[in-house]
Every structure is written in C-alpha cells, then in structure tokens.
Design a protein around this ligand. Structure first.
Ligand SMILES: Nc1ncnc2c1ncn2[C@@H]1O[C@H](COP(=O)(O)OP(=O)(O)OP(=O)(O)O)[C@@H](O)[C@H]1O
Length: 347
C-alpha cells in the first residue's frame, strides 16, 4: 500500500548539504499500522513528508496505492494526494472556522455541494466523538478534541492512507491513549493504512503492527512489533526497549560491573523471555539442574499486544563451569541472554 524504495533526501547542497534520509526502503501493507521511531533529528519528519511528497526525495521512488507518486506531474500529484490524509503534532486547525467548517474545508476546496458536505461531515464528527462540538471554535476545545477535529478533517476526502506526524506528542498520557484508540478504531472500521512517526515506544506498543527504527537517516531495523519488543536485533533497538521497560541494572551494581570475568566473579545477565518460556519455572529448574544460585535483581512481565514478555536482571552464582552451564541452559530454552558484566561477590 505504501512502498518506499531506496529513498534519500538531502537538504541544501555543497558544504551545507544535510543528508536527512539515506536509501530508506519500507513497505506498509494495506490496512496495517506502521510506526517509525527514532531520536530527535533521526529523519522521522523527513521520511513521513517524503511519503506525500511534501518533501520531494532526492533519490528513490514512493508508491502509494499502486501509484508511483515520484513519477507524477503536479496536477496528477495533487489528485493523488487526496488519497493521503495527514495529521500533525500541533493540529493545524483554522481558528476562525468552527469544528464543522474545519472538517468541511477539504470538501469545499474540492467543489463539493453544501448538501453533500453535510452528509459527509456529520458521520465523521460522530466517528470522532465531536457531534456536540460542531459549532464550537478551536479555541474552545482541549488538545485531544482539536486532534479529533484534525483526524475528522483528514478523513473527509476518504483517503486510503493516513500519515500521523507526532500526532500525540503534545498531549497528556490519558488523552494520548484516547487518540491512539481512535486511530486504531478508524484503522479497523475503514481499513485505513496508517504510517506514523513517534519518539515514544508506548505509541508503537499500543497500536502498531510493524515498527521501523530510524537513526542518522537510515532505517536500521524493521520488524513486527511483537518481535521487536521481545527480541530487538540492533543495539539501538535494545536501548529503546530497555529505556521503555526501565530495566537498567541498579547504579550501585553498574559501578561494580567488570567487563571480563575474574577468579571470584559471577556473571550478571539480562534475560528476555517470551511465549512458553514465560510460564515455565525456568529459574528454579536452572538452580536445580546447573546447581547455581540465582539472585534476581530486577524483573517484570509486560503484555505486548497478544504476546507476553518477561524480563529479568539476575546474578548467576556458582563456579565458572556451573555458570557457563547455566548460560547454555538458558540459551537452549529460547531465552535472550545478554551478559552485562561480572561482579565480585562482596559477601
Ligand atoms: N528544511 C531543512 N533544511 C535543512 N536541514 C533540514 C531541514 N529539515 C530537516 N533538516 C535536517 O535533517 C535532519 C533530520 O531532520 P528531521 O526533522 O527529519 O528529524 P526528526 O527525526 O523528525 O527530528 P525531530 O524528532 O526533532 O522532529 C536533521 O539533521 C535536521 O536538522
């Protein structure tokens, strides 16, 4: 439904050239929700603006609903853009227009009759929970309500694709949750394909099917959300996940961690387990079968869509043969094992 092929974007030229997007390829399947996540300046806005050619890529092609936008003339591109709705962090509503008139604007611009505009706007106000706000002005609305107006307006031209540029970044967590729920709802009801950019893992976790991680203008990891949250493949992916899960070793422990094992050290490991492993009593079996003691320093269980993810930071205590056997045991039971370092026992 949305395909970016080897898309690059350079702003400016010569000494001042900034390469904001490098050889990015991404497919968002029809009806799916894909989130692009990355740190500030990573190239998220550039990527999403290249999809509807608000920024024209320097290289590569953009195909939306089977149409190669990068090959279209201006007038054909304007028509094709009707298939693509967009919402923004700061809503971009017209303050002099009522809620109804904001939603109606794209239809007025398309020359649609007043009667038909009413017929199309009213169901959109209902869908977005704004029926009782039709005659109010943006200044009378909360941030969440403003974003609902922007969503209704984006849907007015019956797009097949919705682009969301940090749509919830200006909202509090509760309002964010209600807007994400609305996006999920319209995705399901209208079969709308959604591409969003965000710097928040919570957004990805709540509504996305697929996630793309962007860094320095490059898409470094693209994965199904369940896979990404259970086993990110890149270092940056693991950093995002660990920060989101707040599963970092305690500072006092970090200060004692040594990179290499010594004669009296024990490994400290971060374990991630999903699926069957969550409900299996692996730690007590590990203690029995490998004769190690396990000191659990941190642990939590998270639900990621239909998957369950367990995470733990633990110290494995035993001699080096026993702890190695324990690491092998854990890996052979499909746990993701990361040795964070080694600590010398103090007691
Ligand atoms: N119009 C522009 N002219 C020159 N450089 C630009 C322009 N827009 C963005 N850039 C640069 O391109 C890079 C990527 O910017 P972009 O806005 O796409 O990142 P981002 O991930 O959306 O960041 P943020 O989360 O802070 O909005 C940055 O180095 C930025 O300074």
């Amino acid at each position: 439904m949305i395909t970016l092929k080897n898309v690059s974007k350079t702003y400016g030229s010569g000494d001042k050239a900034v390469v904001a997007l490098k050889d990015a390829s991404l497919t968002v399947p029809q009806g799916a929700i894909t989130g692009v996540i990355g740190l500030s300046g990573a190239g998220k806005s550039t990527l999403i603006r290249c999809v509807n050619l608000l920024e024209r890529p320097t290289e590569g092609s953009v195909v939306v609903d089977g149409q190669e936008l990068t090959a279209l003339e201006d007038s054909a591109l304007r028509r094709a853009r009707h298939q693509i709705g967009m919402i923004f962090q700061h809503f971009n509503l017209l303050s002099s227009r009522t809620v109804f008139a904001n939603v109606a604007l794209p239809l007025e611009l398309a020359g649609i009759s007043k009667a038909e505009i009413s017929q199309r706007v009213e169901p959109l106000l209902e869908l977005t929970g704004l029926s009782d706000k039709a005659s109010q002005y943006p200044a009378q609305l909360s941030g969440g309500q403003k974003q609902r107006v922007a969503i209704a307006r984006a849907l007015a031209s019956r797009p097949k694709v919705l682009l969301c540029d940090e749509a919830t970044s200006a909202l509090d967590p509760q309002t964010t949750a209600s807007i994400l729920e609305l996006l999920k709802d319209i995705n399901a009801k209208l079969g709308l394909t959604i591409l969003l950019i965000t710097h928040e893992m919570e957004v990805v976790k709540s509504i996305c099917d697929q996630v793309a991680l962007i860094s320095g203008g490059e898409l470094v990891e693209v994965a199904a959300v369940g896979d990404f949250f259970t086993a990110p493949q890149t270092r940056l992916g693991r950093e995002f996940l660990n920060e989101f899960l707040e599963l970092e070793p305690p500072r006092a422990l970090v200060e004692r961690l040594e990179a290499t094992p010594g004669p009296h050290t024990h490994p400290v490991v971060r374990l991630a387990f999903s699926g069957d492993a969550v409900s299996t009593p692996l730690i007590s079996r590990l203690a029995r079968e490998c004769q190690v003691d396990v000191s659990i320093l941190q642990a939590k269980v998270e639900s990621i869509q239909d998957r369950t993810l367990g995470l733990m930071i633990a110290e494995l205590m035993g001699d080096s043969a026993q702890t190695q056997q324990a690491l092998d045991y854990l890996e052979s039971h499909d746990l993701k094992v990361e040795v964070l370092g080694h600590v010398t026992r103090t007691a």
